[in-house]
Each structure stands twice: as structure tokens, then as C-alpha cells.
Design a protein around this ligand. Structure first.
Ligand code: IMP
Ligand code: ZN
Length: 354
């Protein structure tokens, strides 16, 4: 089932010539920053919503507020989400989570996300390699370990060279829960399952980052890669950014508002920056493409990888994000084919699962 794109990425893609689009399609691209529940193709989400509503409306034992939440949430995603600011973005997830709370629904969502990125459309896949990330959730029908096993079963239907899993910790998690998630990740990795890293995500205003030190140390010692959403908004305190950098991550999500001290560490340690252009524009953490921090990192020849973040609310695609690199300003950054090729190569070089 097709995922349609709109907005910045679509405008950039539509402005390219057929040969430029083919150049981008042929390029082996790594998708290293895609959240499972934010990447469900809309037709699949609608199917899950339809089934959910049919079951819940006829079952008075279920939570009466949930069907309304789901209906409103799916309608909003269908219309296209317009965000005033980033914190409104996190309000979209309770409706989506209601639809991926059973092992079967989660399996179908994971199957569709992997298919979107890795199956060929127009002869080419969106990504040559996908590191999918997700936050293990406990629901009435699954514990967190089962959640991860369900997703891994789908990830491992693809060869190792194509797909792997990153376990996300949400900033709101208690220390006990985040440690439990890390322990599951290590247990699964030791058992030969394809877990390659740990992520820190969630509302940048939430949580106490002191409480994650031991979790990242334990994960690193077990050989897992570390990626952290960092300095995503202007309000993220500089001290918190330095603290997160002290956990020695390999990659950073967004890294939009780094001060000079943080930039120095990032350069010295060559931490790869996961760049999500549409996400930043739509969440209004970056005013225009021209102001985007990608220019700074490109200017400093610093490793980056271009990614989608959440194709469901942002209605983008990996191809569309690459189109943003190549389209002429103001629709894109106007980079040349060799420059775009170099970025794609850098992205492949930043994989955890190499
Ligand atoms: P999940 O981890 O598969 O459930 O994917 C959705 C979750 O990813 C959301 O609930 C957020 O916690 C997280 N997420 C998605 N996009 C972002 C982002 O741009 N910043 C921080 N967290 C995010
Ligand atoms: Zn993200």
C-alpha cells in the first residue's frame, strides 16, 4: 500500500528532472533515524483504526474515550498535521499507540514500515539499509520483551545487510523501566537477535537526564551503539546537552542547538549527526532550509546521515529528503550530484550494524 508524500519533500522532489530523480533512486541510502510508530504508512494505520473501532464500539467493556481519540487522531493525520511547535507533535502518539498495542497489530505495523523502506517501488527501494527504532511498550497483551521480539521477527525477515533494530528509551521512563529496556536489548543481542543500538527519544522537555548514565554505560559495555536525540529545541539546557555528550554517544539525533563547547566535543569525537530536514521544518525548530544546521556540518566536513524521522505525520520519504538536498533554492539546498553522493556514502558509513 502506497505512502504519499506532501509538503517540503514533495515540492523538492517534483522540481527535479527525471534523470535527477533516477540518480537519487539509484543511490544506496541508509535510513538510520526512523521511529516505528511514527513511520506507519497511512493506509495501514487506517486499516488498523477501522478494525479497532469496529471491535471497541461493540465492546462496552473497553475504554470509552479511546475510540474518539483514535478517530480524531487518524483524521488529523489524514488531513495533514500542522504543528504550531514541537510539543504538539508528541500529542499525536496516544492515538497511534492505541492501534499498535496487540502483538498482531504491532507485527502488521512493523511489517508495513519495513516494507515501505526496503521493498522496491519504481524499481528501487527507499533505503538500501534501515536501522528501525522503537520504544518497547508494556500493554495488556504484551510485556516489553515480547514487544521487541515481535518487531525483531519482522526485522529479521530481511538480510542482516538490510535491516536492524535500535531500542529507544523514552525520556519519561523511570530508571527501572529504562534499565529493563537496556537489559532486554542486551539479552536479545546475546541471543543472536539483531539489536544494534540504544536511542534516547521523547519530548525534549521531559525527564531527568542524570537518571540515564548507568543505562548508557551498560549498553556501551555490551557493544551496543548509542544515539541520542539532543539539543532538539532552543530551550534544551546547555548543561543537559553536555551531560548527554558525556555518555559518549556514537550518533546524535537533530543536534540543532549546540553551543561552541558542545560542537567542539561533537567534532573531536566525530559523532555522526542524524539530519531530519522535513521534521525540523514542520516542528518549527528550524525556520527555513537555508537556516538549517546541515549547512554548518557540511561546511565542516562532519559526518552526517540524512533521515526521515516520522514519515506518517511529516508525509515525507527518504527519497524526498534527498530531493531537499538537490533541488534548487528555495525548494532545496542546490547541492551537486557528487556532493549528494558523498552525503549518502557518509550515511552508510555511520551504520551501527556494519
Ligand atoms: P516508537 O518509539 O516506535 O513508539 O515511535 C514513536 C515515538 O518516537 C514517539 O512517542 C516519540 O517518543 C519518539 N519520537 C518520534 N519522533 C521524535 C522526535 O523528533 N524527537 C523525539 N522523539 C521522537
Ligand atoms: Zn526522532
Amino acid at each position: 500500500m502506497a505512502h504519499t508524500i506532501a509538503g517540503f519533500a514533495a515540492d523538492a522532489l517534483n522540481s527535479l528532472s527525471a534523470s535527477q530523480v533516477e540518480f537519487l533512486q539509484r543511490l544506496p541510502k541508509a535510513e538510520l533515524h526512523a521511529h516505528l510508530n511514527g513511520s506507519i504508512p497511512l493506509p495501514v494505520l487506517r486499516e488498523l483504526a477501522y478494525e479497532f473501532l469496529a471491535e471497541n464500539i461493540s465492546n462496552p467493556a473497553h475504554d470509552v474515550a479511546l475510540p474518539d481519540l483514535v478517530r480524531t487522531g487518524v483524521e488529523q493525520l489524514q488531513r495533514g498535521v500542522v504543528l504550531g511547535e514541537i510539543h504538539q507533535f508528541f500529542a499525536l502518539f496516544p492515538a497511534i499507540y492505541a492501534l499498535t498495542s496487540t502483538p498482531d497489530a504491532l507485527r502488521r505495523a512493523a511489517h508495513a514500515v519495513l516494507g515501505h523502506f526496503l521493498s522496491c517501488s519504481d524499481g528501487y527501494p527507499q533505503a538500501a539499509y534501515l536501522e528501525l527504532r522503537t520504544t518497547p511498550r508494556e500493554t495488556p497483551s504484551m510485556n516489553r520483551l515480547r514487544y521487541l521480539e515481535v518487531v525483531l521477527d519482522e526485522v529479521e525477515k530481511y538480510p542482516r545487510e538490510q535491516a536492524a533494530l535500535i531500542v529507544s528509551l523514552d525520556r519519561r521512563m523511570s530508571p527501572a523501566v529504562s534499565m529493563e529496556c537496556v537489559e532486554h536489548a542486551i539479552y536479545l543481542k546475546k541471543g543472536g537477535r539483531r539489536v544494534v543500538g540504544i536511542d534516547l527519544c521523547g519530548d525534549p522537555k521531559a525527564g531527568n537526564m542524570d537518571e540515564f548514565a548507568q543505562q548508557f554505560r551498560t549498553a556501551k559495555e555490551a557493544g551496543l551503539g548509542i544515539t541520542l536525540h539532543i539539543a532538539e529545541t532552543e530551550d534544551c539546557p546547555a548543561a543537559e546537552t553536555l551531560q548527554l555528550l558525556s555518555y559518549e554517544p556514537d550518533r546524535l539525533g537533530h543536534a540543532t542547538f549546540l553551543d561552541e563547547a558542545a560542537k567542539k566535543i561533537v567534532h573531536t569525537k566525530e559523532m555522526c549527526i542524524e539530519i531530519c530536514l522535513s521534521s525540523n521544518l514542520l516542528c518549527k525548530t528550524v525556520p527555513t532550509l537555508d537556516d538549517h544546521h546541515i549547512r554548518y556540518y557540511l561546511g565542516h566536513d562532519h559526518p552526517i546521515v540524512v533521515c526521515t524521522d516520522d514519515i506518517l505525520p511529516f508525509r515525507n520519504s527518504l527519497l524526498g529528503e534527498y530531493a531537499l538536498l538537490m533541488a534548487e533554492p528555495p525548494l532545496g539546498l542546490g547541492l551537486t550530484e557528487p556532493e549528494v553522493e558523498k552525503i549518502a556514502r557518509m550515511g552508510m558509513g555511520c551504520r551501527f550494524g556494519q
